[in-house]
Design a protein around this ligand. Structure first.
Ligand code: ATP
Length: 714
């Protein structure tokens, strides 16, 4: 029987009061134990646990739980109400006040979608089945009950779980940070979050399907579920840029998880390589790539970039390193001084047999040290100090001369030698490298420059030379926006993740960097053992209204991609607005649109242009007119919210309450796959409102969109 809403609210308010009372009692108990500051190790550990409990109870008390599930285990008489929160709270060892959302039993809160079938969860003792009687969403803020919504009541008219609470959450305006979704994780997202640790996951998800959010929740789950095996500081998230990292930085702390490394691939690689290298500025090349005209030399560069990201190049490097290894030891004997000689075959034997288990640079170091000790040994029996001194000098000079033929390499010096002194490579290997790769790379290296795509090869060489230190062996790796990664990067990271625990996520409809990245997920799949790999598709989009998704789908359909179109949740908003402007009224129209949106309490508004150069000009023009607006460029480290002007390619991954797409003109977005993807990225950044501005001749990508999918505004 359905209960009146008022009764539900009262019932829950009473229960909340009791729970808070119990939690306060628990906290008082922990607080009454004086803090231990002594040196006893066991006591220190106990103090650490108490401190953690004190802190998590203080946080948990503000919003102890967000959901309730009434469950009757098969064969048990009692229906047990389970209150589910971000942190589990136990009154006694076997009496849970609040169940942690990551606990096995809590999975039913997400996986149960109604119907007559038994619900079940996977417990350490095996599958537990039973009946769900109630699924309830509860909002508590600062210890005060604010909202109670029943999503499922057994025996009521609807037998499926309703989306009312999800819609309420999606309607909310956003600030400048991504948020956790523990209270509304959807069943298909739950499967990914709770997938076993040792499974590499590839997730293709449409724009706004929650990929980034789900990956972060998965980390929180893994840390909880495998707390004996996994360490947070051994987990790493790769994201496209520092601003994006800042944008997602609240989610893990909200979930009570700290210490996970969060990096761009470039920052990570440079920190490990630890060499003075100049990486070419992204800014310049991005504007060239996303400009409307692409020069012949840029096309050639693009081909080289793609090749350098391929597994072919990785195999080429492997062969080149093996060839170096074969010929590294100089082909002459080492004679320190007359009568003191080490045969070349002996040194070779040290290198190839005795020290073969060491990485290349370590082997060389060991041998050099061994030769030095041997010299000292040979000099030991020479009585005359002056003769000894002379011989030592001679031996050192000869050793230096000998080592000239066996230089000490770093990853960069090896890479340079590979490209600049190619004569050293066997002919059959040389033939494997396309001419464009040579041209582009040698030109850069002569200028002491490297590019993004050189980083994975450099790391690969580094690993060969110095080995993979345990500090860079990871327990889990998340790769966001993975469609922009090369197979080489993924294969490299696989070597650094012995447990093969990966979450790789992205969207092929948003692969806008045509000169890098992949066209099909198959390009990564071949790197993993097929039987272990799991592939998921997220089709539902949670970010944007139906109107925006339908419009965006029309745009991306023109790219004829193999991935499916986004399916919106049933959240309706304003129609997409299309506005024709002239050079004279363009700025004024943008300002007016922003004002209108601000009056509707839109907190974050993006004015999306094509290139950074164009956006910089637009930003100045808006500032001149007195608008408070910031510019997002490739150097940006933080996303501040408010009104921003942003080049479309930098808006990827972010979201805004409203988006204004500027200059969607015939000559700006032409009918190519790349431009369709760019425009799609722009459209799908918006939660609630999308405005499209064009001059007289609109882009062919919007020209054919059905009139029913937008309204024209003057
Ligand atoms: N189950 C959910 N409940 C509530 N909100 C959700 C849910 N799933 C996703 N969202 C919201 O949808 C938006 C998009 O999420 P997210 O940025 O993680 O998606 P994405 O797939 O990574 O997007 P994109 O590829 O377009 O960058 C966020 O505002 C997120 O909070």
């Amino acid at each position: 029987m359905d209960q009146p809403a008022q009764n539900l609210f009262e019932e829950e308010r009473e229960y909340l009061g009791e729970t808070l009372k119990e939690m306060k009692k628990l906290l008082a108990k922990f607080e009454s134990i004086p803090e231990y500051v002594g040196s006893d190790f066991t006591e220190q550990l106990l103090e650490e646990v108490r401190d953690r409990n004190r802190k998590s109870l203080r946080v948990a008390m503000k919003e102890p739980y967000f959901g309730r599930l009434d469950f009757q285990e098969e064969g048990e008489g009692k229906i047990v109400p389970l209150y589910i929160g971000k942190t589990g709270v136990a009154k006694e060892a076997d009496e849970q006040l609040v169940v942690d959302w990551r606990a096995p039993v809590a999975s039913m809160f997400y996986s149960f979608i109604g119907g007559d079938e038994n619900a079940f969860y996977d417990s350490p003792e095996g599958i537990i089945e039973g009946t769900v009687f109630l699924k309830r969403n509860i909002v508590v803020r600062n210890e005060t009950l604010q909202r109670v919504v029943d999503a499922y009541v057994k025996g009521s008219q609807t037998d499926s779980v309703t989306d009312e609470f999800l819609l309420y959450k999606l309607e909310e305006n956003k600030d400048n940070r991504l948020k956790d979704i523990v209270s509304t994780i959807q069943s298909e997202q739950n499967d990914i979050i709770r997938a076993p640790r040792a499974t590499p996951l590839i997730i293709q998800g449409v724009a706004g399907s929650g990929k980034t959010t789900v990956a972060l929740h998965r980390l929180a789950f893994l840390i909880y579920q495998y707390r004996e095996q996994l360490r947070a500081d051994k987990m790493i998230i790769f994201a496209p840029n520092r601003m994006f990292l800042d944008y997602i930085s609240d989610v893990l702390p909200e979930l009570g998880v700290g210490d996970i490394q969060q990096m761009t691939f470039q920052d990570w690689a440079l920190a490990i390589l630890d060499e003075k290298v100049n990486v070419k500025e992204m800014r310049e090349s991005l504007d060239q790539w996303f400009g409307t005209e692409i020069s012949e030399s840029l096309v050639q560069k693009g081909e080289a970039t793609r090749w350098k990201g391929s597994l072919q190049f990785m195999h080429f490097l492997e062969k080149a390193i093996k060839s170096y290894e074969k010929n590294a030891v100089p082909t002459q004997d080492f004679e320190a001084f007359e009568g003191a000689k080490i045969d070349k075959s002996t040194i070779s034997q040290w290198f190839k047999v005795e020290y073969q288990h060491y990485p290349l640079a370590k082997r060389r170091e060991r041998i050099v040290n061994r030769i030095k000790s041997w010299i000292d040994g040979e000099l030991k029996y020479i009585a005359s100090q002056s003769v000894k001194k002379d011989l030592k000098k001679k031996a050192t000079q000869r050793l230096n001369a000998y080592l000239k033929n066996w230089p000490k390499h770093t990853a960069v010096s090896f890479y340079k030698e590979l490209f600049i002194k190619t004569k050293q490579l066997p002919e059959d290997l040389l033939q494997l490298i396309p001419e464009s790769v040579f041209q582009v790379t040698t030109t850069n290296l002569k200028k002491k420059l490297i590019e993004q795509e050189d980083l994975a090869p450099l790391m690969y060489i580094h690993n060969y030379l110095f080995g993979i230190d345990s500090s860079i062996k990871y327990h889990h790796i998340v790769i966001d926006e993975a469609q922009d990664y090369s197979p080489f990067q993924i294969a490299l990271l696989k070597e650094m993740n012995p447990g093969n625990s990966f979450t790789i996520l992205g969207d092929l409809s948003q692969s806008i960097y045509t000169y890098q990245g992949i066209d099909e997920w198959e390009d990564f799949a071949s790197i993993f053992n097929q039987s272990e790999l799991k592939y998921y598709e997220l089709k539902q989009s949670y970010r944007s209204t139906m109107e925006i998704i339908h419009f965006a789908n029309e745009v991306i359909s023109q790219a004829n991609l193999t991935v499916g179109l986004a399916e919106p949740v049933f959240r309706s908003g304003e129609k997409v607005k299309m506005m024709e402007v002239t050079n004279e009224n363009r700025i004024k129209s943008i300002i007016e649109a922003v004002k209108q949106l601000q009056m509707k309490q839109m907190n974050t508004i993006a004015i999306v242009g094509r290139t950074e150069e164009e956006c910089t000009a637009l930003h100045s023009a808006l500032l001149d007119k007195g608008m408070t607006v910031s510019l997002i460029d490739a150097k940006q480290q933080k996303y501040e919210g408010g009104v921003s002007v942003v080049p479309v390619y930098l808006s990827k991954g972010l979201e805004f309450d409203a988006v204004l797409l500027i200059d969607v003109n015939e000559d700006k977005y032409v009918n190519t796959k790349r431009d369709a993807k760019l425009l799609y990225v722009g459209c799908t950044r918006s939660l609630h409102e999308l405005w499209v501005f064009h001059s007289q001749a609109p882009s062919p990508l919007i020209k054919s969109i059905k009139d029913s999918l937008f309204v024209r505004v003057e």
